[in-house]
Design a protein around this ligand. Structure first.
Ligand SMILES: *Cc1c(COP(=O)(O)O)cnc(C)c1O
Length: 224
């Protein structure tokens, strides 16, 4: 059983790695995008074969859920890099800073302040992506595109956070390409180099638009 699931994980992972490499090769001078394996809803047993297959960057969208599986997995594999890709409440900042290594969902001043306070207290200065509500969707979190430059600047200067790039989740049921291009342009205007964009359905498009980090769940772990 364990062997079968190991083999399946390895096959999925190597297929995705091939697709990342092929897409990245189409952009001159680009390094292959970093694959973040999104393991939300999957337990440690499902994650372990993917770690065994050499994957080190993982993403989770809920702090509480991540706290149930990652402390022991990280203790066993200290080189794992854990990315928080879901919305973060300020009252979970302490737990998030303790467990995660990169934050992708920085989107408001109150959160920036709470994160900075915890990072100082724990002496863990995590790199952050600012999440942009690229489709200006009412139900989605993220800062509006027009407010992004000012917000990034406040995060860096007033809050003293290490903002490394922008992150987005484009509207579903629409072509993602133009939204990815818009995020890339926004990041370029601000002088940020990292772009967290692209999921199972559209990560190759995201890479062609300049993604440096892609967040892939179901294509790797199966449907949720
Ligand atoms: C779940 C999730 C993903 C992965 O989605 P898939 O379509 O399963 O690849 C990526 N980013 C965020 C923010 C998510 O919540």
């Amino acid at each position: 059983m364990a062997q079968a699931s190991n083999d399946a994980a390895l096959t999925q992972l190597s297929g995705i790695r091939d697709r990342i490499e092929r897409a990245s090769a189409r952009i001159e001078g680009a390094r292959p995008a970093q694959l973040i394996a999104v393991s939300k809803t999957f337990d440690a047993q499902a994650i372990e074969p993917v770690i065994e297959a050499g994957q080190r960057h993982f993403g989770e969208n809920r702090v509480q859920e991540a706290m149930g599986k990652w402390p022991s997995l990280k203790a066993q594999h200290p080189d794992i890099v854990l990315h928080l890709i879901g919305p973060l409440q300020t009252n979970k900042a302490k737990e998030a800073v303790a467990l995660f290594d990169v934050i992708h969902s920085l989107d408001r001043d109150k959160l920036a302040g709470a994160l900075k306070k915890e990072m100082d207290r724990q002496d863990r200065h995590l790199p952050c992506f600012v999440q942009v509500n690229i489709g200006l969707e009412e139900q989605k979190t993220g800062i509006a595109p027009a407010e992004t430059a000012a917000f990034v600047s406040r995060c860096q200067t007033e809050h003293g956070l290490n903002v490394i790039g922008l992150m987005c989740i484009p509207p579903v049921d629409e072509a993602a390409g133009p939204y990815f291009a818009q995020l890339a342009q926004l990041a370029g205007n601000i002088g940020l180099e990292q772009l967290s964009m692209g999921m199972s359905a559209d990560f190759e498009t995201a890479i062609l638009m300049g993604a440096t980090h892609i967040r892939v769940g179901s294509a790797l772990f199966g449907s949720r």
